[in-house]
Write a protein that binds this ligand. Structure first.
Ligand SMILES: NC(=O)c1ccc[n+]([C@@H]2O[C@H](COP(=O)([O-])OP(=O)(O)OC[C@H]3O[C@@H](n4cnc5c(N)ncnc54)[C@H](OP(=O)(O)O)[C@@H]3O)[C@@H](O)[C@H]2O)c1
Length: 254
């Protein structure tokens, strides 16, 4: 993915990594459209940042995805990048179904079905663009499990393998598939995470991501240094140590 000159839709950019990345990519000379469920947040962001577009979208709702895609493509026919950022993370105890089933369904609907439906909504358009990119968002937890978030880890592992497979299948098109693999980053994804010393400061993370896109535009994965501990445990042969360290780090493993 080139660093500038794109038209980029980011469903899941009303806060956290998505918003910070939206602003950084706008500053690099891209047209950026933010998306999310919170309309008041979308209004606030566009008021504070002239030039940003905004489209309301609930990625758990197929009708909302369809409407948002129609609106984005009507208003931004040059759209060539979609970053599937929307995600939720839930702590679950799988000893008792009453405590996890609802959460597991919500996590899979948002983190797996959401990106699948988004890709379905945009893939035909993206193939008509000369140079386009689907950016998926997995996690270091796709590669090493955090004990307290089973559905989340499974969802992100699914996104990793979906990305790997789509890259093969779409190799005969103009569409590139890039997987962003964040480590723990200071956002509101989990309660208390914004101040967690185990998580990477948001600004530092996004700066490193932008630098990686600039210096390695053809990379299949965007991997900041901090995530390589999780990403390559199995390849290095220290997977068991990685899993133990991750889960000993703090009550949330962060
Ligand atoms: N922070 C980390 O440590 C970390 C690590 C690895 C991966 N990630 C991934 O990075 C992505 C962004 O997370 P974050 O850390 O920036 O958390 P965040 O601040 O909570 O942001 C999550 C974003 O997703 C949106 N979202 C959630 N459910 C949605 C839905 N049904 N429809 C549309 N948008 C929805 C939220 O917007 P609305 O509430 O307005 O809908 C918000 O903009 C997620 O996919 C997460 O799994 C984060």
């Amino acid at each position: 993915m080139r660093i500038s000159g794109n038209t980029i839709f980011i469903p899941g950019s009303t806060s956290g990594i998505g918003l910070a990345l939206a602003l950084a990519l706008q500053a690099k000379g891209n047209t950026v459209i933010v998306g999310g469920r919170r309309t008041e947040q979308l209004d606030k962001i566009t008021a504070e940042h002239p030039g940003l577009g905004a489209v309301r979208i609930d990625t758990t709702d197929p009708v909302s995805i369809e409407r948002a895609a129609e609106q984005v493509l009507a208003d931004y026919p040059d759209l060539n990048v979609v970053i599937m950022m929307a995600g939720i993370m839930k702590i679950e105890d799988w000893h008792r179904p009453a405590t996890f089933l609802e959460s597991a369904e919500a996590v899979i609907a948002t983190n797996v079905l959401g990106p699948i439906r988004l890709i379905a909504a945009f893939i035909e358009h993206l193939q008509r663009q000369a140079d386009s990119t689907i950016v998926t968002v997995s996690s270091g937890l796709a590669f090493a499990p955090l004990k307290v978030t089973p559905s989340y880890n499974a969802a992100k592992a699914a996104i990793h393998m979906l990305s790997e497979t789509l890259r093969l299948q779409l190799a005969d098109t103009s569409v590139k598939v890039v997987e962003l693999v964040p480590p723990a980053v200071r956002t509101g994804l989990l309660p208390g995470q914004e101040d967690s010393e185990f998580a990477m400061p948001l600004g530092e993370f996004v700066d490193e991501v932008v630098e990686l896109i600039e210096t390695e535009p053809d990379a299949h994965e965007i991997l900041v240094e901090r995530v390589k501990f999780l990403r390559y445990g199995e390849a290095r042969g220290d997977y068991d140590k990685v899993v133990a360290t991750l889960n000993a780090a703090d009550p949330h493993g962060k």
